[in-house]
Design a protein around this ligand. Structure first.
Ligand SMILES: *Cc1c(COP(=O)(O)O)cnc(C)c1O
Length: 416
């Protein structure tokens, strides 16, 4: 177990330490929730002011061209692409993760239904522990299509292999589980899905900016993900969608709005999908929110996912070790895999009074969050978190548990 001084020494030798200065971090707060809402890049404050005062207030409609508003989805997509192992022209930043998942699933089902070898397949495979919205979107789309699609909900990652079979049309998985931080083998599962004749969609909500992802290397088909989590884009900032280049010409989705049209300003009464990834767009974007995504992305250009992953694992290893040694007397149970290759960038710990303990932590300036049932979630974002923060957070947790300074059976607030 490391001492606090040893953690401070790790901070002094941390190559990512200077990047902390790029963010606005409230004094005295230890923020372990960057997996839910990333912190504010300092550049976002001045960029927001410039957007509102200059681009919107002064230049008004001319800013669509002059300030490059119209091209933001593709330009930001190109900037995001290297973080997920993709190339320019393969990603757009637009809409929400749920909506992009709808588009990807609709497009994938269509491709499969037009291929004689897979046209009769009706099974969509996902995990029961997937983020609920992902499951709901698949349920909603299947019911809407009314063509007999069924969802196969797999109960554990070990059962995935068998569940993906010759009935499977599309596999739709979240790479890093939002609750447990369990990470799937993106390349291995993709290869298996392809051997079975299925297409695969990856949700990278807890992966983009958190763990290295190699979509092209894995030969994946589609991917979606958030920018407001590890990418620090701002609350509700638009999400992204990636379509493998080999599918782009065959990719059609039902949200065929004018931004996805081949000639948006021709005002043609019939839809003709734009070329390449542009056809994944639908309509007018929340420009202010979208533009701020760039401030978060720019910080990543000063490092690489290898360095981020190395520090992420060191932070989560430290947290697990400190919790297990210092809080050994308390009924805590690790819900996150210990094996590095199975672990994302957050750590979940179960406690029978998890909600109350988390409320006490938050009152004392250690911000994590809570997910039913009994899970306290702690996110570790290498861009701005220090090893000494991890030590201090566990110290506070130890103190709360040891003095029973939490109130059992509390009512839940709206956003936990
Ligand atoms: C956070 C998260 C989402 C969020 O989707 P929204 O459309 O932004 O609400 C979706 N999927 C997963 C796996 C997530 O973790």
């Amino acid at each position: 177990m490391l001492s606090r001084n040893e953690c401070v020494a790790l901070d002094q030798h941390d190559p990512l330490a200077p990047l902390r200065n790029e963010f606005l971090l409230p004094e005295g707060l230890i923020y372990l929730d960057g997996n839910s809402l990333g912190v504010t890049p300092k550049a976002s404050v001045s960029r927001a002011r410039q957007l509102v005062q200059h681009e919107w207030a002064a230049n008004l409609i001319q800013s669509w061209n002059k300030a490059g508003w119209f091209d933001l989805p593709t330009r930001l997509g190109d900037k995001l692409a290297p973080l997920i192992g993709a190339n320019a022209g393969e990603v757009v930043v637009t809409d929400s993760t749920s909506i992009n998942l709808f588009k990807a699933l609709a497009g994938a089902l269509r491709i499969q239904s037009l291929e004689p070898a897979t046209a009769q397949r009706k099974v969509i495979v996902t995990e029961r522990s997937n983020f609920p919205s992902d499951i709901y979107i698949a349920q909603g789309l299947s019911q809407w299509l009314n063509r007999g699609y069924q969802l196969r909900l797999v109960d554990s990652p070990e059962e995935l292999h068998e569940a993906i079979d010759s009935d499977t049309t599309v596999v739709m998985l979240t790479h890093v589980n939002y609750r447990s931080a369990h990470m799937l083998d993106l390349q291995g599962v993709t290869a298996h899905a392809h051997r079975q004749g299925a297409l695969i969609i990856w949700d990278l909500a807890h992966s983009a900016g958190a763990v290295p992802v190699e979509l092209n290397l894995a030969n994946a088909d589609f991917a979606v993900g958030c920018t407001y989590k590890y990418l620090n884009g701002g609350p509700g900032s638009p999400a992204f969608i990636w379509v493998a280049p080999r599918h782009q010409a065959h990719f059609f989705h039902p949200l065929s709005g004018w931004w996805g049209h081949a000639a948006p300003f021709a005002m043609d009464p019939s839809y003709q999908a734009g070329s390449g990834i542009k056809r994944a767009l639908c309509g007018t974007q929340p420009v202010i929110s979208l533009a701020l995504v760039e401030c978060g992305l720019d910080i990543f250009s000063r490092t690489d996912m290898g360095a981020i992953r190395k520090k992420s694992l060191a932070l989560t290893d430290l947290f697990i070790d400190l919790v297990e040694t210092r809080c050994a007397m308390h009924p805590l149970k690790l819900a996150t895999p210990r094996e590095h290759h199975l672990r994302g960038s957050h750590v979940s710990v179960e406690h029978p009074d998890g909600y109350a303990v988390m409320q006490s932590l938050i009152e004392r300036g250690v911000i994590g969050d809570y997910r039913e049932p009994h899970i306290m979630r702690f996110g570790f974002t290498p861009l701005y978190l220090r090893f000494s923060d991890v030590w201090d957070a566990v110290d506070t947790l130890f103190d709360i548990l040891d003095s029973s300074a939490y109130q059992s059976g509390q009512a839940r607030v709206a956003v936990t």
